[in-house]
Design a protein around this ligand. Structure first.
Ligand code: SAM
Length: 241
């Protein structure tokens, strides 16, 4: 069933008013009619609703509040060296599907892309679309582009930081780390050219940071976050079941 994200302020008693691009989607793309059912989510609860009225907004009536949490137990944040716009859009879309909690684009020494090429508003639209498609309960968060030094300031606030670096020999075992039941994990992935030596020197000083291997082959920067998110999803969800 089609899902739409709304803000709490759009709920009035048991009526929800859907506005913006979702109205076009309901009317023109899905060609929905009065009484058809949709799922509406305010990031806390999901409501099964019936369409009451379609004009330049869509009014729906709440029929039932559902208990449908598909979010991961761990919050995984991916800090990613800046990549080209189209690549970033694709990475963001896939990370939403894989259950990622938050994405932070980081300007690193070897990033070839400029800040101003990144359109956060467009990325937020992609996140909303992908979250609706993958039936998530929460929208993945995305921050403005930050500098490498700002990333360093955040590291202490995570239980575990997985540093994906191709040149490390003594990497940790992801399986063991995830079994330690961390709640907030930060994953750091370099840009196309990888990390600069000074960045590596600064990162490895943090005691909660563990260098990890993503296998024997070198992955593209747009593949690496998806690989690690899939492994974390498997270890945290599938393997536990
Ligand atoms: N020549 C660069 C290097 O060796 O660092 C290649 C960078 S790779 C295209 C981009 C990023 O993906 C890396 O900085 C790292 O974060 C991640 N990555 C790719 N393959 C990896 C692997 N096998 N193990 C760990 N990290 C990997």
């Amino acid at each position: 069933m089609q899902r739409y994200f709304i803000e709490k302020k759009q709920i009035n008693n048991n009526i929800i008013t859907i506005t913006g691009d979702d109205v076009h989607h309901i009317k023109t793309v899905m060609r929905m009619r009065i009484n058809e059912k949709v799922l509406v989510c305010d990031e806390e609860k999901t409501y099964l609703c019936s369409i009451l009225n379609i004009t330049n907004t869509v009014e729906v009536e709440i029929l039932e509040t559902l208990d449908d949490n598909v979010e991961m137990d761990i919050n995984v944040t991916v800090a990613h060296g800046l990549v080209r716009r189209e690549k970033m859009e694709e990475v963001v879309r896939r990370l939403v599907e894989l259950g990622c909690y938050s994405y932070i684009p980081v300007n690193m020494t070897r990033s070839v892309v400029k800040h101003k090429e990144i359109n956060i508003e467009r990325l937020n639209k992609i996140i909303k679309e992908a979250s609706e498609q993958s039936q998530r309960n929460k929208l993945m968060k995305i921050s403005e582009v930050i500098n490498f030094n700002d990333l360093l300031k955040m590291i202490d606030s995570y239980d575990l930081v997985l540093f994906a670096h191709t040149l490390y020999k003594d990497q940790v075992n992801l399986f063991t780390e995830i079994k330690n039941k961390c709640k907030n994990i930060l994953v750091i992935v370099g840009p196309e050219g990888g990390f600069d030596d000074k960045e590596v020197e600064k990162l490895i000083k943090y005691s909660n940071l563990k260098p990890v291997s993503l296998g024997k082959r070198i992955l593209r920067t747009e593949t690496a976050p998806l690989y690690i998110m899939s492994v974390l999803g498997f270890l945290g969800e599938q393997y536990d079941n």
